[in-house]
Design a protein around this ligand. Structure first.
Ligand code: DGT
Ligand code: CA
Ligand code: ZN
Length: 580
């Protein structure tokens, strides 16, 4: 195996992260400072780090003792540092990001995590909004406002796009307000939000009304608007307090609504293809409508009519990315039964207070029932997931009794007994087969040891899938959008193996995960791999994450038949076992 190249900056970053984690752990300052000094030392080297390591000269550098030298050379020669990985596994993956916020040090992060269970920037943002942070000692209403400012700054500094999950609820609330304003005939979200892109830069809203003024005013005076950036005859732009988010509203006469909505939905690439098709037919398609070459304007009542003019099937917004949808729609081969939220009968992947969730089993059951679902798979973490309160086998068995009780107490809702079992470094699962075989739903995921190379990681997952008790491969690539790269994995091999072994694959709907992503969803369905849409819920509100999983499924062209939790509970359980 060839050693991956690890540069000085990476080594220094790992040492700094260790220092932060040690501080979080409450170690004495001396130990963490040693790592910080080591980081400075490495960055200050003028010689080649690889040479120093291979010649065994690390230890002779001032400030680098034998223990540190050994860790650094492991990192430089193998690309991994076991000590760091083990240390990191004790904390939620987003915790280090918290430390990068202005005015937030290890002591504050430790309090936020231990008292409120906050493990990421997104969770901190939500907690500040809900006024939960002020209850902590040493924090107040003022510090909440200051933290929110800091988060906005942090994101702007990174030039980050925003997660769809942070934007869509705000966008939908504004859309409702626009819809309810005087004289509105039709209104819709547009842009990347309507296409349900993973990340978005702003919100586009398109509405029709005979008189635009009152509709534009409705947006300008919406609750949560921080500044009105500009207001003209037909357009208004505002910036929201939350998340530093810009919203653009355009209001047009109803006869122009469909073509404007289509234009402002994009994507640009999809749109350009359509323009060219129009051109071949003597039509000019633009944001102003569809015109014949002689200048006459064609009436287009809705988007379906626009596609019909081009002899195409209607293309759902989630597919408008110029990824083959134009060709398919022209050939009449676009699937017309893409999975919808209404198709979903049960939610997969939920945690409760038994591990790191915030709500009891009964609360989760009632919330799922209120959403119209028929079942919910309870899948707590297994023993190896230390930071997430993983369950020992005895606890798991006690939980089954409570699940039985809740199932009797909440008619019409069935909690399924499951687990999110860790895939260990060897590819073995974290419980014995004798335990796993008693469970109704087994999701297997990786939570520790992300640092293996592509070959090792791929092998690890392939080995796990050979266990006949594994039903679903959980958040397969391990990415956290904008904060953690996917594990190095040969996804094609993994999807092919899933097809061969009859393993289903999760589409995790947590907005920062969306794992597997749309591109792999498409690949999976082509290979005949069955999917589940999941909410990865850690509190009852997270059940809404299902909508993001469904959106990702649709973006990957998945049909109802591709997604197992569109089946009733019994058939779902049978299908999970088919081919295993
Ligand atoms: P975003 O905002 O970066 O998340 O992505 P979009 O797709 O929402 O982009 P945005 O807000 O700049 O524009 C909304 C739509 O308007 C876009 O999807 C297509 C259309 N559009 C914007 N600029 C152009 C352009 O220069 N040419 C064409 N054909 N369409 C455009
Ligand atoms: Ca946009
Ligand atoms: Zn998980």
């Amino acid at each position: 195996m060839t050693a991956p190249i690890v540069d000085k900056a990476t080594v220094a970053q790992v040492l700094r992260d260790i220092s932060l984690l040690l501080q979080l752990q409450g170690e004495n300052g001396f130990r963490s400072r040693a790592y910080d000094m080591g980081a400075d030392r490495i960055l200050g080297l003028t010689q080649d780090l690889g040479a120093i390591v291979s010649e065994g000269r690390l230890e002779s550098l001032p400030g680098i003792g034998p223990a540190l030298a050994e860790k650094i050379s492991e990192l430089v020669t193998t690309g991994r540092m076991t000590y760091f990985e083990d240390l990191r596994a004790k904390f939620p993956p987003g915790l280090l990001d918290l430390m990068k916020l202005p005015d937030i040090g290890p002591r504050k992060v430790a309090a936020l995590w231990k008292e409120l269970g906050i493990g990421s920037v997104e969770e901190l943002e939500a907690a500040c909004r809900e006024g939960r942070v002020r209850e902590l000692k040493g924090f107040g209403a003022k510090s909440e406002a200051k933290i929110l400012e800091g988060i906005a700054l942090f994101r702007r500094a990174r030039g980050e796009r925003k997660l769809l999950g942070d934007v869509l609820p705000i966008a939908e609330a504004l859309l409702e307000r626009v819809r309810a304003s005087p004289g509105v005939v039709r209104a819709s979200l547009g842009g990347s939000v309507r296409r349900r892109a993973e990340t978005v830069s702003d919100v586009d809203i398109i509405a029709s009304a005979a008189v635009a003024g009152p509709v534009l005013d409705a947006l300008a005076t919406s609750p949560g608007v921080a500044t009105v950036l500009g207001k003209g005859d037909s357009k208004c732009s505002v910036r929201m307090e939350a998340g530093d988010l810009q919203v653009d509203l355009r209001v047009l006469p109803d006869e122009d609504f469909a073509t404007a909505l289509h234009h402002f939905t994009g994507s640009k690439a999809h749109h350009i293809r359509l323009r060219n098709l129009g051109h071949e037919r003597g039509m000019k398609i633009s944001e102003w409508g569809v015109h014949r070459d002689d200048g006459t304007k064609l009436q287009v009542n809705d988007e379906a009519a626009l596609y019909a003019l081009l002899d195409m099937q209607f293309v759902p917004p989630e597919l408008r990315e110029d990824n083959g949808e134009v060709e398919a729609a022209r050939a009449g081969k676009l699937p017309t039964d893409l999975v919808t939220m209404d198709d979903v009968q049960g939610a997969v992947h939920a945690h409760s207070t038994w591990s790191d969730g915030r709500n009891s089993l009964e609360e989760m059951a009632l919330a799922a029932k209120a959403l119209g679902l028929k079942y919910l798979t309870i899948t707590e973490h297994s023993e190896a997931a230390i930071y997430a309160g993983g369950l020992k086998v005895e606890a798991l068995k006690r939980q089954w009794e409570e699940i039985d009780r809740v199932n009797e107490a909440v008619p019409g809702m069935r909690l399924l007994k499951g687990i999110e079992v860790d895939i260990l470094e060897s590819g073995a699962l974290d419980y014995d087969d004798k335990v796993l075989e008693q469970l109704e739903v087994v999701i297997a995921s990786i939570h520790v040891r992300h640092g293996m190379d592509e070959e090792q990681m791929t092998r690890r997952v392939l080995t796990a899938m050979d266990n006949p008790h594994l039903h679903i491969l959980g958040h397969p690539t391990g990415r956290l959008i904008q904060s953690r790269e996917p594990y190095p994995l040969r996804m094609e091999d993994i999807l092919e193996h899933a097809a061969k072994r009859g393993v289903s694959v999760e589409i995790n709907g947590k907005p920062a995960r969306l794992d597997i992503k749309a591109e792999y969803v498409r690949k999976a369905t082509q290979l005949g791999v069955k999917l589940v849409v999941s909410c990865d819920a850690h509190r009852r509100e997270d059940l809404g994450n299902l909508a993001y999983a469904v959106a990702t499924a649709r973006r990957g062209w998945a049909r109802k038949q591709d997604v197992l939790n569109t089946l009733p509970a019994e058939r779902f359980l049978t299908a999970l076992r088919a081919g295993r």
